[in-house]
Design a protein around this ligand. Structure first.
Ligand SMILES: Nc1ncnc2c1ncn2[C@@H]1O[C@H](COP(=O)(O)OP(=O)(O)OP(=O)(O)O)[C@@H](O)[C@H]1O
Ligand SMILES: Nc1nc2c(ncn2[C@@H]2O[C@H](COP(=O)(O)O)[C@@H](O)[C@H]2O)c(=O)[nH]1
Length: 390
């Protein structure tokens, strides 16, 4: 692809600012561009002709060619204009002009650890979107443990007691539904070829072959929960937990152990959802999983599920939930970003100065010093404040 993209980009020099240069997007220019090394990233227009997705194009100075990377994660919807500024660790801050505070701050990861890993995995150019979330939304929770130990039971108890605090990341699987399982609620039941294609398209945060079937967590499943303001719970096996640990999801990792292999077997049989052959397979895998769970260094918490009520109490304790202190401290007060503005960077602070005739000299300070998380998922810990600069 050797042509210019079908939308207008800011002059690339405008975007070259790793050390606190101001970035100004001309009012009539809807798109923004930044330069990192020999590449210009142009943010604007739409993605593959879809008006609902903001486009990203890359111009390589050496080859003088434009390309469209594979875009991971759900990006922002197009709007009237953008400002963009290069941050550390291969990330670009993208501010949507004149949009509501819950939709104005986005991060385009172009060379973050997650993007580098995905690039290697998929063998093609990749960028990833991550939405900025204000305040310190609680970390997602990864729960692993052998089949039949009681993970699902504990998660169901938590979701029942705190329905507005926790949301379940609905996994994809190629196994057949059990009689009470609903598609889209317990799992997204899917075909192997479809799931493999989606894995190749980079739609999954992690995936693994477990007890002979393919299971995986799509990036979208985690985003849906985070966007609803709830703390996301992932029920995944140890291989999946290892992949999540290597990603930038920044989760709390909990491993649930059975009191004994005999008890595990009894629970699996009593559940009555597997054939004898499947039970044997799950029990064989359980030994290796328990070993990995206890000694792999992935899990910072190990729970023993002997007495269910006691184990549930311990789970709540380690999540910091007791009667006095509910979870979820998401800050929601709105500050809408002005339509016309300039952006400057001063270390971890981004200064957004309103411009235009009706300006009230309001400056918005976006503090990125405590951000955490990132693609796949959300970038949390953003602090926004308004100061009068006159
Ligand atoms: N502490 C406990 N004591 C006795 N039975 C339990 C306990 N915890 C869970 N169970 C029972 O054990 C069975 C397996 O539990 P559950 O389905 O929650 O396991 P799981 O870890 O989610 O399994 P899988 O990984 O296969 O989905 C269920 O019938 C459940 O009611
Ligand atoms: N790596 C992943 N493992 C997953 C996911 N969803 C579920 N699981 C694990 O699979 C086994 C079996 O589950 P079952 O529903 O068939 O009994 C269990 O250990 C789950 O934790 C996933 O998305 N990724």
């Amino acid at each position: 692809m050797g042509e210019a993209p079908a939308f207008f980009a800011d002059h690339v020099e405008n975007g070259h600012h790793t050390n606190g240069f101001g970035v100004k997007t001309e009012p009539e220019h809807r798109d923004a561009s930044v330069q990192i090394g020999d590449r210009s990233y142009v943010i604007g227009g739409n993605h593959e002709g879809n008006p609902l997705f903001l486009g990203v194009k890359i111009h390589d100075k050496n080859t003088n060619k434009w390309s469209s990377p594979t875009v991971l994660g759900t990006g922002p919807k197009p709007c009237k204009g953008y400002s963009a500024i290069v941050l550390k660790q291969g990330r670009i801050l993208v501010i949507k002009k004149g949009s509501a505070s819950d939709d104005s701050i986005w991060f385009l990861e172009v060379d973050s650890p997650f993007v580098r890993e995905q690039r290697k995995l998929l063998g093609k150019e990749v960028v990833a979107w991550s939405k900025g979330v204000r305040g310190n939304a609680e970390k997602p929770i990864v729960i692993s443990g052998p089949s039949g130990v009681g993970k699902g039971t504990l998660i169901a108890m938590l979701m029942k007691e705190f329905p507005s605090m926790f949301g379940f990341s609905v996994s994809h699987t190629t196994r057949s539904p059990r009689c009470m399982e609903e598609n889209g609620v317990h799992y997204h039941f899917t075909d192997k070829t479809v799931m493999e294609k989606e894995i190749n398209d980079g739609k999954f945060l992690e995936f693994a072959s477990v007890h002979g079937n393919l299971y995986g967590t799509s990036i979208e499943s985690v985003e849906v929960v985070t966007d609803s303001g709830k703390r996301c719970i992932l029920d995944i096996d140890v291989q999946g937990a290892r992949s999540v640990k290597a990603s930038s999801l920044d989760a709390v990792f909990i491993f649930v152990c059975p009191p004994s292999m005999k008890e595990l077997e009894d629970r699996l049989r009593a559940r009555g959802t597997e054939t004898e052959e499947q039970i044997q397979k799950r029990l064989r895998n359980a030994e290796a999983e328990i070993k990995a769970g206890e000694s792999s260094g992935i899990f910072e918490h190990i729970l023993y599920n002997d007495n269910l009520e006691e184990c549930y109490k311990n789970l709540k304790n380690l999540l910091g939930i007791n009667d006095e202190s509910p979870v979820n401290g998401v800050e929601v007060e709105g500050i809408n970003l002005p339509k016309e503005h300039t952006v400057t960077k001063n270390e971890d602070k981004i200064l957004i100065q309103e411009t235009g005739e009706s300006t009230k000299n309001n400056m918005i300070v976006l503090d990125l010093s405590s951000v955490n998380g990132g693609a796949p998922g959300r970038t949390r810990g953003i602090v926004l404040d308004t100061v009068n600069s006159s």
